[in-house]
Design a protein around this ligand. Sequence first.
Ligand code: PMV
Length: 320
Amino acid sequence: MQATARAQPNIALIKYWGKRDRTLNLPAVGSISITLADLYTEMNVKFDSKLKDDVLTVNGEIDQQMLPRISRCLSAVAGEGRDPARVDSHCNFPVAAGLASSASAFAALVVAASAAAGQHRSTAELASLAGLESGSAARSLYGGFAELENNGDSVAVETLLDSSDWPLRIVIAVTSAGPKPVSSGEAMEISRKTSPFYGRWVDDQTHDLDVARAAIRERDFGKLAAIAEHNCLKMHSVMWASRPPIVYWNAATLECLQTVRELRTQGVGVFFTIDAGPQVKAICLAHDESRVCDALQSTSGVGRVIVSELGAGAKLTGCV
Ligand code: PMV
């Protein structure tokens, strides 16, 4: 049997940074994210006893680098005794560049692999399986505003609001399309072991989650903007104070922050967030989308601007 699934990346407004259990890949803190609509990864999985080993292609090219994580995830879904699989992945945005391509990849993979293995798993089970490989991938099983809770020995995600309940827009300023210098998994461990701010980051997260959750439920844009920017800058401060320091930003990243702040002084409803990469994600009210787009596009060092609405969680799109 073969199956195809599509999943969208998600962008954390309250970030996950640090693991409390590395074997189970459990996050040290909870997180809240928005799932995008217009960026996606599509995965086709076919188990085939005639194959010698798993084969992975990404946008038509053989990919050996990502293969071990894909194979591990396939075995977590279908069991160690499974047949080898051919996995074809198609992604309509830059991969491994801080645009959450691993979140959409593993969310799509668990849905496709489970269907190809003839299973009927719940969304919660699939989220836990995706989370074993990429903590943030668990959130891409869910649409709209999703919260990942940090308790128990598996992840639990709940939808706080559907995408149609608060149709915000995301404008992504791509400042460099190259792969990141250090993976988020590695960088989190460096932060946990060496950053003097790490303990405080973990301790403060409950407060940030409470404020953001309330802001989302009340659809209070200003309140959400303030806590999301604070949480983002706090996460990057943890990284910058690590040894060796982890700095994902470039000059254009800072230029974009200035652009967003300037827009806000002009009355535009917008705030920024930045993940493990140099891209800046501006979240704005729907009627401000074109102003935010134009301003970021004309910011020095910005190559490309990608716009997305909020979307739904991972979906099975074909099974034969
Ligand atoms: O799920 P990972 O290992 O790609 O880590 C994601 C980390 C951040 O994107 C920086 C924050 C987050 O919550 O998505």
